[in-house]
Design a protein. Structure first.
Length: 242
């Protein structure tokens, strides 16, 4: 009689020996281990790169500091220049600095005040070339026109003043002043109708400007009073106080 086949014994519930054997299978290195290995192999390269970045940052900061200090020195030199000779020395030493334009403008005003109109024209032109400030550039263009008018180049001066007064891009306060000087020139040359025309333009452009008020006084006197041509209008630095 054949022996009965005994069925294999069932695996008891909760028997985790197979799972335990799976857990004991080899695994890759941890992140910390990989990082340690990477650092051992590349520490010099990483350190060198960090040093380069740090030096670049320090170098940029140092350069900016030196440039700022240099600019402060230039500004101190400009503030210390109080005479035409000192201003001339300043422009020669710092021709590319924005303040060179301001220095030329100051020298032009000094020349104008001293009735050196030809010198003033040249200095105003140099100021325009060196300036990077639209308001000051507009003031210098006004100075050129008035200096020509005052310096015996009446036709050039009047043409320049008319063009300046009609240019909307110029500073309005300076355009008003240009019209006033045109009115003075008209009165000087015995042209009361032109005085009236310029005063009307002034009223349209800026009725509250002191230049407009002065022009209205000229208009009131135009029929009976005319300044002799040899005297010319009084000297007021272009763009200065009324």
């Amino acid at each position: 009689m054949p022996n009965p086949v005994n069925p294999s014994a069932p695996t008891p519930a909760g028997d985790n020996r197979a799972a335990a054997r799976a857990d004991q299978s080899p695994v890759g290195p941890s992140f910390e281990e990989r990082l340690r290995v990477f650092w051992q192999q590349n520490s010099k390269l990483v350190t060198g790169a960090l040093v380069v970045v740090l030096l670049a940052i320090l170098g940029k900061g140092g350069w900016e500091y030196l440039q700022a200090e240099k600019d402060r020195e230039v500004r101190r030199a400009y503030a210390a220049a109080t005479t035409p000779a000192q201003l001339k020395t300043f422009t020669a030493a710092h021709p590319e600095h924005p303040l060179a334009g301001a220095a030329y403008l100051r020298m032009a005003d000094d020349a104008y005040a001293d009735r050196k109109f030809t010198d003033a024209v040249g200095l105003y032109e140099q100021a325009i070339q060196a300036l990077d400030a639209p308001v000051l550039e507009s003031r210098a263009r006004l100075g050129i026109a008035i200096a020509k008018l005052q310096g015996g180049r009446a036709a050039e001066g009047e043409t320049a003043l008319k063009a300046f007064a009609n240019e909307a891009k110029e500073v309005k306060a300076f355009r008003v002043e240009a019209l006033y000087h045109l009115a003075v020139s008209a009165l000087t040359n015995g042209k009361p109708e032109d005085v009236k025309s310029y005063s009307e333009q002034l009223m349209q452009l800026d009725p509250t400007s002191p230049w407009t008020q002065r022009a209205m006084m000229l208009r009131a006197n135009a029929p009976t009073v005319a300044t002799p041509a040899s005297e010319g209008p009084s000297i007021t630095v272009p763009g200065g106080k009324k």
